[in-house]
Ligand binder design. Structure first.
Ligand code: ZN
Length: 265
């Protein structure tokens, strides 16, 4: 006879819906923080199967958050791996974009280009995805994602309520700082620096695919951005001292056109 033993300490609680593990609330599927399609290898244990499924599913005729993250970062990943000769014999395929490597142009695929606000909707899904990655990685590395102050992230990323910004540093030089292992298996890290930024500025900034992204870690973001901007301008941040707010997905130069002479692909 099989006996079922559940220890209290092993009981999982979902960081999204805040429900505990039970016979109906299962935690069997692996919740990858970065999509597996980008070679994300990190898994957050405290995401229930229903919430995990949500991030990978279409909602209200929108592409899933996971697909938008994959589409957005995959283009950069492909170009960077190609430029460093790590991507031989692999063709670029995309659900959303048609890419012309010779003329370095990117256009929407026809089925999507007929939707006038499609870029705005993609931008929103992308922002929700950036917050999703943040909270799941925070849980995996720090273990405090269930704190009340992150409720706004739960509301926005999981329940599509509210709207919160994602910024990126406008590159200052024609230099693209990136680490090859982080391009192959994208990840974000919580460090002494990130804890300090969280404590003093309520900001998390991190490099993904050569760009530095910035999100507020408090819902009062209006009063947060200005002091942060002053700080990076004073310190002359090598990533750039101007912040661009991402409204549409194409606000991000995923092909690194700013480099101009970045002609290896
Ligand atoms: Zn859940």
């Amino acid at each position: 006879m099989r006996r079922l033993i559940i220890s209290i300490s092993a009981m999982k609680k979902c960081i999204w819906c805040e429900k505990e593990e039970s016979f109906i609330q299962t935690f069997n599927r692996k919740a990858h923080t970065f999509p597996q399609s980008l070679n994300g290898v990190n898994v957050c244990e405290n995401v229930c199967d229903l919430c995990n499924l949500y991030f990978g599913s279409k909602a209200e005729s929108l592409p899933s958050i996971e697909l938008v993250l994959k589409e957005a970062f995959h283009l950069s990943q492909y170009i960077l791996l190609l430029a460093t000769n790590q991507n031989k014999n692999k063709r670029y395929t995309s659900e959303f974009f048609k890419l012309n490597f010779k003329s370095k142009t990117i256009t929407s695929k026809f089925k999507y280009s007929i939707l006038s606000n499609f870029q705005l909707m993609l931008g929103r899904q992308f922002r929700r995805g950036v917050y999703k990655i943040y909270l799941e990685e925070r849980e995996r590395q720090v273990g405090d994602a269930l704190e009340q102050r992150f409720n706004f992230i739960r509301q926005f990323a999981r329940y599509n309520v509210g709207d919160y910004p994602v910024f990126y540093h406008k590159p200052k030089f024609k230099v693209l700082p990136f680490s090859l292992p982080d391009i192959k298996n994208p990840t974000i890290r919580f460090t002494e620096y990130s804890h300090l930024m969280d404590k003093e500025y309520r900001i998390f900034d991190y490099q993904i695919m050569g760009y530095k992204y910035v999100i507020p870690t408090s819902m009062q973001y209006e009063i947060i951005i200005e002091p942060y901007l002053k700080k990076i301008q004073l310190e002359d941040d090598p990533f750039g001292t101007t912040l661009i707010q991402i409204k549409e997905l194409i606000d991000i130069d995923f092909m690194y056109l700013f480099m101009n002479d970045f002609n290896n692909y």
